[in-house]
Design a protein around this ligand. Structure first.
Ligand SMILES: [Zn+2]
Length: 254
């Protein structure tokens, strides 16, 4: 395994060997930060602190998974951007769209490593043959993480040939791709109406219980991509968005 990230080193230092034991309030406390829950207007979380002590306020109206991610995100700011006051809007927290150098992305990565640490996730992924929504839900439940955070981390782990893309009714919002998948597997700008994702988003179609085969040209448009068949499984997100898990066939990996 490659070196552990700062967030993973904190967990290892606390002797955490089970996702169940990732108590974010206790971890925050061990880092000098007190977590408070209260209704917040216009932001999901914020951190105010000196160089040694901080108070993290988390929006009590958010879902439990969201609150967890927000604490992790603020601890990321505490680790990387100490001494600054940062108000993190809904768009700042858990947003794969932000640029890799953006402080919000760094805070998100820290949260992801704290909630879904590689050293606990990778041994589980090694036992899994293929990624289905059921698998993502089960892992998300075990790590108390949202489906989006869980699938994002699975893609980043590069154990499976996945492209994950999120679409609104107008256009693609973001996508992420496993490092093993070549760059020409670049999802199209607008959702193709032939996809299960479009059926769910536009027609109220039901979620598929299992990944379904689909011509790759419904999702991609590189030359000769119609030679390939991919597998798609999609689920709806709040706010009229759909997230699709696309498995690239082995002969498409170059
Ligand atoms: Zn932030």
């Amino acid at each position: 395994m490659t070196g552990n990230t700062p967030a993973e080193r904190i967990l290892i230092g606390l002797g955490i060997e089970d996702p169940e034991d990732i108590d974010l309030e206790a971890i925050a406390w061990s880092e000098g930060a007190l977590v408070e829950y209260r209704p917040l207007l216009g932001c999901d979380a914020r951190i105010i602190g000196s160089t040694r002590k901080a108070v993290i306020a988390v929006n009590s109206r958010s879902s439990p998974e969201r609150r967890r991610f927000s604490i992790g995100h603020e601890l990321g700011h505490w680790h990387h951007h100490r001494g600054r006051i940062l108000l993190c809007s809904k768009e700042d927290v858990e947003n794969p769209r932000t640029d890799a150098l953006d402080p919000e992305r760094r805070a998100d990565e820290f949260a992801s490593d704290l909630i879904l640490p590689g050293y606990l996730l990778h041994p589980r992924l090694k036992k899994i043959k293929r990624i289905t929504l059921a698998v993502v839900r089960e892992l998300g439940h075990e790590f108390a993480a949202s489906l989006t955070a869980t699938i994002f981390k699975i893609v980043q782990s590069d154990h499976f040939p996945l492209v994950v893309a999120c679409y609104g009714k107008q256009r693609r919002r973001w996508f992420t791709r496993a490092a093993m998948v070549p760059g020409w597997w670049y999802p199209v700008e607008q959702l193709n109406r032939a996809t299960f994702a479009a059926d769910m988003l536009f027609n109220g179609g039901a979620e598929q219980n299992w990944p379904r085969k689909m011509g790759a040209d419904a999702w991609f448009n590189f030359r000769n991509c119609d030679r390939f068949e991919i597998q798609e499984q999609s689920f709806l997100l709040p706010g009229e968005e759909v997230l699709s898990i696309l498995t690239i066939p082995e002969d498409g990996l170059g």
